[in-house]
Design a protein around this ligand. Structure first.
Ligand code: FAD
Length: 318
């Protein structure tokens, strides 16, 4: 079923969903099942699987020189999604990115997903690779998520790249896109970022999942802005608990978001690692409860492999 159909069917009840990372190369599905098994009692109608493109590393050669090599630490998505659907009978939402894909490669992935009856996707641009400095699309690829949305919307209408295909099968993907309550870091200002978000919806996207945030006011203001400019699709808040002190620095650096003073002070004043973790969990529970009370369609948790923490939060909220 489509993600948006779950929201419609829920009739205003807040659902929950989880996001998992593919295992590191060399690992199997066990890591994902170990994460999801304890979360299934919360009845997520869908589970997201992130996509990780290749990254560059520098390897020292015998000569002493360094060689730049591309490696993919977390390959896979399509097979993982199929495996999740098979084991749990829930829908799986693969993240599709522009980076590293030509349009033809994207089309072929969509065809595979369609064969497997996977009809939800989250369409993203992807970040710049480390050492690239800025996002560089493939020569025959997409530069922005909106172009990927257009391609998926096109294949929903049987518009294949090969114009010789006549009477090809229409697909039926439900398309999610990313939204940024605190602005995407590359956008010169919020208004322009919102304009580009609206373009993704106008191009055929069906719902939005937000970047994580730690101050619900930012989410509510973002939803108000969306509604004011005619973005009427469901907006799913993405949530992640802070559980370690170093995240006070790493989260703002990696995700370009602010952390509220109260949260920072409470974590800094906590007596030890266990107490810090408890502060982060309680904060996320409070955020979740307030969002649920406000009637959000779904609470989407970034698990990052920390199932114990996410389970504690879900137990308190659902
Ligand atoms: P876009 O919507 O293309 O926007 C990128 C930037 O370009 C923004 O600043 C926007 O304002 C600007 N822009 C958009 N359109 C135009 C235009 N036409 N002209 C000029 N500027 C424009 N990354 C991964 O690699 N794998 C994942 O699995 C993954 N999952 C994610 C899940 C969620 C819920 C979120 C919020 C992010 C995820 N990301 C993932 C990170 C995401 O790929 C990055 O944040 C990326 O930098 C932007 O992706 P986007 O889809 O928002 O891009």
């Amino acid at each position: 079923m489509k993600v948006t159909e779950y929201f419609e069917k829920a009739g205003g009840k807040t659902l929950t969903s989880f996001e998992v990372l593919p295992p590191l190369k060399g690992g199997g599905m066990k890591a994902i099942f170990d994460t999801l098994d304890p979360l299934m009692e919360f009845k997520p109608p869908f589970v997201d699987v992130t996509y990780h493109r290749e990254e560059y590393i520098y390897q020292k050669r015998d000569s002493g020189y360094f060689e730049k090599v591309a490696i993919r630490k977390r390959p896979g998505t399509v097979g993982i999604c199929a495996s999740i659907m098979h084991r749990y009978g829930v829908d799986a939402v693969p993240h599709l990115i522009c980076g590293g894909f030509t349009r033809e490669e994207t089309e072929n992935v969509l065809i595979d997903l369609n064969f497997l009856n996977i009809n939800n996707v989250l369409a993203l641009r992807g970040d710049a690779r480390k050492f690239d400095g800025k996002f560089i699309p493939e020569a025959e690829g997409h530069g922005y998520a909106v172009d990927l949305v257009k391609q998926i919307d096109g294949i929903n209408k049987a518009a294949y790249l090969d114009k010789n295909i006549v009477g090809g099968e229409k697909m039926d993907f439900c398309i999610g896109v990313a939204g940024y309550p605190e602005k995407h870091f590359e956008a010169p200002n919020m208004d322009l970022d919102m304009k580009y978000l609206k373009a993704k919806i106008d191009a055929g996207a069906d719902y939005i999942v937000t970047q994580m945030f730690f101050d619900n006011k930012k989410y509510f203001a973002f939803v108000d802005k969306c509604r004011a400019m005619g973005i009427n699709v469901p907006i799913v808040p993405g949530l992640k608990p802070i559980t370690k002190k170093y995240q006070l620095v790493s989260i703002p650096r990696l995700f370009y978001i602010d952390l509220p003073d109260d949260l920072v002070n409470s974590i800094e004043n906590a007596k030890d690692a266990a107490a810090r973790k408890e502060v982060g969990i309680e904060w996320c529970i409070a955020q979740s409860k307030e969002l649920k009370k406000a009637g959000v369609p779904c609470l989407h948790y970034y698990t990052m492999g920390d199932v114990e923490t996410i389970r504690k939060i879900a137990e308190a909220v659902f």
